[in-house]
Design a protein around this ligand. Structure first.
Ligand SMILES: Cc1cc2nc3c(=O)[nH]c(=O)nc-3n(C[C@H](O)[C@H](O)[C@H](O)COP(=O)(O)O)c2cc1C
Length: 353
């Protein structure tokens, strides 16, 4: 079987074994997803922080730029235990940790919103209504009724696993494909059966372990930035590779310029897993924020409330060029990045494959 022909490629109706990883946090763009899809891969859009009514608009925007398949992506669980509400005592406890940064950036003490994260159920309804060719998701398994609607409407489903147990749970639920996400990967650990800190298998072993134990196609994610990485993933039993950081670094993403600069700098050799930006464990480049806030994580509220507190600071930090106080999400492969546009990255992988 050639590299460009396997069950995942046929099911996704793509011509290259390449998935552009979705980016939440406002870092996806319709242009990036469409560029990748137009070049034979599967472009993706991370919609987890979009209001439900925006999901249809973004899906239409991508459709306007490509006739090829693409994925819309959501986070199945929209809060961790204790992350639904913020009482006055928890607010003040967090404020004691965060007030110095608000002061440093000249940002007022915030008023808690009525809702810290758009509800997944409403986002899911909007996504099913928009009928993207592919629905990918992390942090759990959507309700059986929603997966049934996907099957009826011909929407291919892709879930993420960080362990065999998670992969088998996804397969048992009838999910079409599984992204085996190794600990090298940039962004959040998508674990949902156990603490993320306990589920840190690397991409190479995870892909082999999972591919040997499920029948559905496995997509490898974590640390892959070029054709050599894609080839290695295919050799180990994956049918495609999901590439995040290397696409995030490209001009078509909505990453901030200072974030992109950090990805191409020597600093990218020092990534770490941190809960300090959102309350959930995620990989990014070490900076002053992770150094100072990680040790005080017990004083901060669970996801998504810590994420809300930190997001209030982001515009001011970016405007001031402060890469010491914003998340610089990155996988461990960033020091191997070579390409500045998604078209160049895709073309180089496709030609070397
Ligand atoms: C900034 C950033 C945001 C991400 N957001 C999401 C997301 O919302 N949903 C998702 O399924 N994966 C998300 N990911 C994971 C990527 O889609 C991909 O699986 C991962 O980056 C692969 O590892 P790599 O960065 O080493 O290539 C994100 C990754 C990054 C770097």
């Amino acid at each position: 079987m050639s590299r460009a022909d396997n069950a995942a490629i046929r099911r996704l109706a793509i011509s290259q074994p390449i998935v552009q990883g979705p980016f939440g946090g406002g870092m996806s763009t319709a242009l990036l997803a469409a560029t990748v899809s137009n070049l034979g891969g599967l472009g993706s859009y991370g919609a987890h922080n979009l209001a439900p009514d925006a999901i249809g608009r973004v899906t239409a925007d991508i459709r306007a730029q490509t006739s090829q398949p693409f994925a819309m992506n959501l986070w199945v669980s929209d809060h961790d235990p204790g992350g639904e509400e913020l009482d006055a005592a928890a607010f003040e406890r967090a404020w004691r940790v965060l007030a110095p940064y608000y002061r440093e950036l000249g940002v007022e003490k915030p008023e808690p919103p009525t809702q810290f994260h758009p509800p997944f159920a409403a986002q899911l309804e909007a996504l099913l209504e928009a009928r993207p060719p592919v629905f990918s998701f992390v942090f759990g398994i959507p309700p059986a009724a929603a997966l049934a609607v996907c099957r009826q409407r011909g929407i291919v489903t892709i879930g993420a696993a960080t362990s065999v147990a998670e992969a088998q749970a996804l397969e048992s639920a009838g999910v079409d494909m599984i992204v085996a996400t190794g600990a090298e990967a940039g962004g959040h650990r998508p674990s949902f059966l156990g603490r993320a800190e306990d589920l840190l298998c690397g991409t190479f072993p995870l892909v082999q372990i999972v591919a040997a134990r499920v029948r559905v196609p496995v997509i490898a994610a974590g640390g892959i930035v070029d054709a050599r990485g894609v080839r290695a993933a295919l050799e180990l039993g994956a049918q495609a590779a999901q590439i995040g950081t290397a696409f995030l670094a490209c001009a078509e993403s909505a990453a901030a310029d200072l974030h992109r600069a950090a990805l191409f700098s020597e600093r990218a050799q020092r990534t770490l897993l941190t809960r300090s930006f959102t309350g959930r464990l995620a990989r990014g480049i070490r900076n002053r924020w992770t150094d100072e806030v990680d040790p005080r994580i017990a004083e901060l509220p669970p996801f998504p409330i810590t994420g809300w507190f930190v997001s209030q600071l982001r515009p001011a930090a970016l405007a001031a060029g402060r890469d010491d106080l914003v998340s610089l999400w990155s996988g461990q492969g960033a020091p191997n990045l070579r390409h500045r546009t998604a078209a160049q990255l895709m073309q180089s992988i496709v030609s070397e494959l």
